[in-house]
Structure formats: C-alpha cells, structure tokens
Design a protein around this ligand. Structure first.
Ligand SMILES: *Cc1c(COP(=O)(O)O)cnc(C)c1O
Length: 343
C-alpha cells in the first residue's frame, strides 16, 4: 500500500520553503553572510539546523528506527497531531475517526482544521472496538486515532488488534504511544516497515521527564516523514532545545524512574480501591490511574482545598464519575491516599 494515496493533493504538490541553511551543502565556511543573522556571538545568533540531523541520528539509535522515519516537533506531539490533519485531511471534505474517550487534542485539532471527527465509543472494559472503527469509515475517512495506553482510561490495547486495524483500514492509522514506556506491550515501531500506513507518535514529556522542553515525535514510512518535513515550520525546533535534548538522550537512563512509577502505580491502585468512597479503579498501563468515585466534584474540591490537584474527568463522556490520578513520588501518593481516607 502506498501511503501517499491518502495525502491532500496540495500537500503532495508543495515545494517547501528553502532556508538559507537548506541551500548550503557542506564546504569549509568560516564567514556566514547568507541568512541575515547578527554577526555578534550571543550563543543564539545563528539559525539552528532545520532538519535536526544530529538529533534524528540520536533518536534513531535510541528507538531502533532510521533517521528518515522521524519527524520531530518542537511543540510536543501536539504539533505532530496538527500536521497529520493538515497532510491528510481536506477541510470540510475528509473525516477522521477516533476512539472515545481519548486525548482531547485529536478533537480540538480536528475542529481547528475544519475536519469532521467521528468518535467511536470503546467497548466493554474500555476495549478496542476494531469492527466499529472500521464500520465508521467511508471513502473520505483518512485517519484513525488510537491512543495506547489510552488517556484517560489508562489501558493499552493488544498490538495485534491495532495491526489488524491497520491492515483492514484503507487509510492511515495513527497510534499515540505517549505512555508506551509504562506499558507491558511493546511499541509498534517494530512494524512500521511492514505497515506503511501506520504512524506512531511518541514524546519526551512523560517517562523522559521533559514536558517543559516540548519535544514530540512522529515515526512513519520515509514517504510520510518527508511530508512532515515539508509542512512543518522551517525552524520548528530551536537550537538550545536541540542541544539540551541531545545531551539528555546521551546522559539519561529512565529505567529506574519508570520502574518506580510502575510499582507505585500498583500500590496506589490497591490503596485507592480499598477506600470506601472509591467505587472502581480501572487497570492502568500508564503513569496515571482512572478511578470512579462517589462524589467526583466534591472529592476534587476537597483535594484542592488540601493542596493536591488531580484531573476531574467527570464531564467526559464514558468517564462519568471519574477522577484521574497521576502517579507521583511514594510520598505524594501516600499523601493523596491519606487525605482521601478522611474524605
Ligand atoms: C501527554 C500526552 C501527549 C504528549 O503531548 P506533548 O505535546 O508531547 O507534551 C500526547 N498524547 C497523549 C495521549 C498524551 O496524554
């Protein structure tokens, strides 16, 4: 399957803006008079690499993919979500499909791009409704959004079901793996080459502990990756961010923190489940826990009054009565449980 057949014609025809640094092809330059930069060194006076070559090499090594399969967003994976709509969906004509409840940015970004989003409710136990997703599609359906592990429900879907979807859907399946480091299932990065209509989103915001840096990635076939490169803002990842991330990728080992979060998740789930005002604790493969409680709004306000904030999902369809608890440090988790035992 050629994934380019799902691309908007104007995007396929696009000749991207060519930066001064695109036209420069090697050579031993010591005088830079091509980009109207300031000549006075400030540490920031030069434009950064628009293609983030060194960073892509480092991410390729880290993730076991090739550099030509990587798009890096300097505004997190939210940037990749927006660009995905812009690459594939003609406003007012095409549509996308998403599981519900799921991440709110798929909806907002669809509205911004004037693209209809068809929401398909998760099955029993928040399972993946493969057939219902396929049945929601028509000839103008270009994208299916799957978030796994899913936010806010917390559960991951079996990779075989997502692969089945990609094999049966005549369009692009985007799998948002923001929480994959906390999941018992492996990433779908390993099947990208055999499934050119698959896009995998990941981020440095969660397990890597760099939400402030705003670094997200889209992994895809080289054909799609090339399109992200044309549609993005030319210098979409600033220089200090590129350097900081390179340094951190080389010096950080996330495993100990990830293991602690997973073991705290289990403890926290058990302690929450034992509280009388908590009716149900949903199984989680992420770094948060969704729980159904007696009086969600009152519990939420009570926690805030005691200096603790959680996410109130009571008004989200499919999550009525639910609060979402991010797993914190052991001390923070004990604090929230102790508070709730007095609620
Ligand atoms: C947190 C989160 C992201 C990450 O967004 P960034 O913009 O990279 O910080 C992506 N998808 C989901 C489902 C998330 O919960």
């Amino acid at each position: 399957m050629n994934p380019l057949k799902f691309v908007r014609p104007n995007i396929l025809a696009l000749s991207p803006y060519s930066t001064a640094r695109d036209e420069f092809k090697g050579g031993d330059i010591s005088v830079w008079l091509d980009a109207n930069e300031s000549p006075y060194p400030s540490g920031l006076n030069r434009y950064p690499d628009p293609h983030q070559k060194r960073l892509k090499d480092a991410i390729a090594k880290l993730k076991g993919v090739r550099p030509d399969q990587i798009f890096i967003g300097g505004s997190g994976s939210d940037e990749a979500i927006d660009l995905t709509y812009r690459i594939f969906c003609r406003p007012e004509i095409d549509n996308a499909i998403a599981i519900a409840p799921s991440y709110g940015v798929y909806t907002v970004s669809a509205e911004i791009n004037d693209v209809e989003l068809r929401e398909v409710r998760l099955g029993d136990g928040y399972s993946l409704p493969v057939n219902a997703l396929l049945n929601a599609a028509d000839e103008n359906s270009k994208l299916i959004w799957i978030c796994s592990p899913n936010n806010p429900t917390g559960n991951a879907f079996p990779p075989s079901e997502i692969i089945e979807l990609a094999e049966k859907f005549d369009g692009i399946v985007v799998v948002d793996e923001a929480y994959i480091d906390f999941s018992p299932y492996p990433s779908l990065l390993s099947v990208l080459d055999s499934h050119p209509n698959l896009i995998v989103l990941q981020t440095f915001s969660k397990a890597w502990g760099m939400a402030s840096l705003r670094m997200g990635m889209a992994f895809s076939s080289p054909e799609i990756s090339d399109l992200y490169g044309r549609v993005k803002y030319p210098y979409n990842v600033n220089g200090p961010t590129q350097e900081e991330l390179l340094r951190r990728i080389e010096s950080t080992d996330i495993r100990a923190n990830v293991e602690e979060i997973i073991s705290e998740r289990k403890k926290l789930a058990g302690r929450l489940a034992s509280l009388p005002r908590i009716k149900e604790v949903y199984p989680s493969d992420a770094n948060f826990i969704l729980a159904k409680v007696d009086n969600p709004d009152e519990m939420y306000d009570f926690l805030i009054a005691n200096g603790v904030i959680v996410r109130n999902r009571n008004r989200v369809k499919g999550c009525e009565g639910c609060l979402r608890f991010t797993v914190g440090t052991p001390e923070e988790n004990t604090r929230v449980v102790n508070l709730l035992s007095n609620f």
